[in-house]
Design a protein around this ligand. Structure first.
Ligand SMILES: C[S@@+](CC[C@H](N)C(=O)[O-])C[C@H]1O[C@@H](n2cnc3c(N)ncnc32)[C@H](O)[C@@H]1O
Length: 471
């Protein structure tokens, strides 16, 4: 029989306390060595008794110890339960909170950031190279010694290639592959879609057609416009109206309801069909019965300059007394003109400095399958609506004296929203894109200072302002 010394009382007392297992075992071990040393000298001298005593302590230490669960234990148990949950959102939530996942995510984030940085570097370098090439070509253009290939390249760099330009560039690429490097005095055949595509029907005078169509026009077109939410586009068109405004091909005045007269000084409506114009006149007077500075002119856009100078002496026409406009708007008119390029050139002549031409038109789309559909129904459309809806408007715009400020296309590219200005006028700050406004100049400065630092090129060799902004 082993008589336990006093520390065993402590042991019993400690087993009831909520202590950690390791602390408990440590205390037991210390107690064992203390007891052994005490009994070594006295009545526990023989090995048998020593083993016995050891066994007692060992059994005691192996006994399940009832300890309270810590917060961490509870959290771990809950986490494991959630991982096994039948609800996938609970399971995903648990995975997302796991340490493994967050470590993995950190790696992904760092990886993505590195990729982003590398991409950014290449993008910036490419942008800068394009900008410099464009600047060099524009300078050549200004000096008047630019070849056809370089003219097309300018368009490509500005992201404004038409179908005919793409086809021409393909020809140049073929020549390049054959070893031709200098394209001075080299010209490639014309690929003009509006001339070569037989399904784009020849232009015609549509005055009589619209004279007959006027009474049924609004009723017939209402549904079509509602289906494609055209009201939103008309609103876009008319919100540009400010100062002295000219609306060409006003038709039955379908844009009148979007007019905000608070920004308008005067308004002139023009249409070649008198019957269409009568309806415009009625609608305008219904909405603005007392507005005085409104004129309603029956005539063709192709004769606009003559109409504007009618009754004025040659001196008046030379001077600022000539009628000019801040805003010229036109909706779905170019497709029904006899000579759309001439009409646009007239707009350019009648614009005040910093004035804008705003167009909402329909024409060829951005996809071949759409263009095929338009081509196949071109004749039917012309007969029922008097318009050439498959016209390549890009070509018409590029052939005119106007310069594009904005070109947005919707309805698979068939609806064209255009803002244009006179050639040489400067873009307004609000018209500059994000890249032009914030990135181009700062990229240029950084790259140039970098080049300057390396002594490869000096800053003085470059023009101070990007020519893109000038045009
Ligand atoms: C398709 S309608 C568009 C009417 C209106 N702008 C609209 O958005 O509903 C075409 C209009 O252009 C007119 N038009 C056609 N050729 C014209 C020309 N050369 N000069 C001025 N107006 C013309 C027609 O009389 C007709 O009113």
């Amino acid at each position: 029989m082993v008589a336990f010394p006093r520390p065993s009382v402590c042991l019993l007392y400690w087993t009831r306390q909520p202590i950690s297992k390791s602390v408990f075992l440590q205390s037991q071990r210390r107690l064992l060595s203390f007891t052994l040393s005490r009994h070594n000298d006295s009545h526990l001298n023989d090995d048998k008794n020593r083993k016995k005593l050891k066994n007692v302590f060992q059994t005691n230490s192996n006994k399940a110890v009832r300890k309270q669960k810590t917060k961490e234990d509870l959290a771990r148990e809950r986490f494991e339960e959630q991982l096994k949950s039948s609800n996938r959102f609970v399971r995903w939530g648990a995975i997302a909170r796991s340490e493994k996942f967050s470590k993995g995510m950190t790696k992904y984030m760092i990886g993505a950031y590195v990729v982003f940085l590398i991409y950014g570097l290449f993008f910036t370098k490419k942008l800068f190279a394009r900008d410099k090439e464009l600047e060099r070509l524009l300078k050549k253009q200004e000096e008047g010694n630019i070849n056809e290939y370089e003219t097309l390249r300018i368009k490509e760099l500005r992201g404004k290639l038409r179908r005919r330009d793409e086809l021409k560039l393909e020809e140049y690429e073929k020549m390049r592959e054959e070893g031709v490097e200098n394209f001075d005095d080299v010209y490639v055949q014309s690929f003009d879609q509006n001339k070569l595509n037989e399904q784009i029907l020849p232009a015609r005078d549509t005055t009589n057609f619209y004279q007959g169509k006027a009474s049924e026009y609004d009723k017939a077109i209402n549904m079509e416009e509602k289906v494609i939410f055209l009201g939103k586009r008309r609103k876009w068109l008319m919100k540009h109206c400010q100062g002295d405004v000219l609306e060409v091909s006003c038709g039955t005045g379908r844009n009148i309801k979007y007019l905000d007269m608070s920004h308008i000084n005067s308004i002139t409506f023009l249409d070649s069909s008198e019957n269409m114009m009568d309806i415009t006149h009625k609608k305008f007077r219904n909405k603005f019965p007392k507005y005085k500075k409104a004129a309603f002119v029956v005539g063709k856009a192709e004769n606009l300059v003559d109409l504007a100078t009618k009754g004025k002496s040659p001196q008046e026409n030379e001077t600022s007394k000539q009628v000019k406009y801040d805003t010229i708007v036109e909706a779905f008119g170019l497709c029904s003109h006899e000579d759309p390029v001439k009409a646009l050139n007239n707009f350019s002549k009648l614009l005040k400095p910093d004035g804008r031409v705003i167009l909402l038109e329909h024409g060829r789309g951005q996809y071949d399958f759409v263009n095929k559909m338009l081509d196949n129904r071109a004749e039917k459309r012309l007969n029922s609506w008097g318009c050439r809806w498959n016209l390549d408007l890009g070509e018409v715009l590029d052939d005119s004296d106007l310069e594009l400020v904005e070109e947005k296309r919707t309805h698979l590219g068939t609806t064209w929203c255009i803002v244009a200005k006179r050639k040489g006028d400067v873009k307004k700050k609000s018209e500059l894109g994000f890249v032009e406004k914030y990135l181009q100049s700062s990229i240029r400065k950084r790259m140039e200072s970098f080049e300057g630092d390396n002594g490869t090129e000096s800053k003085q060799q470059h023009e101070p302002v990007s020519s893109i902004n000038k045009n």
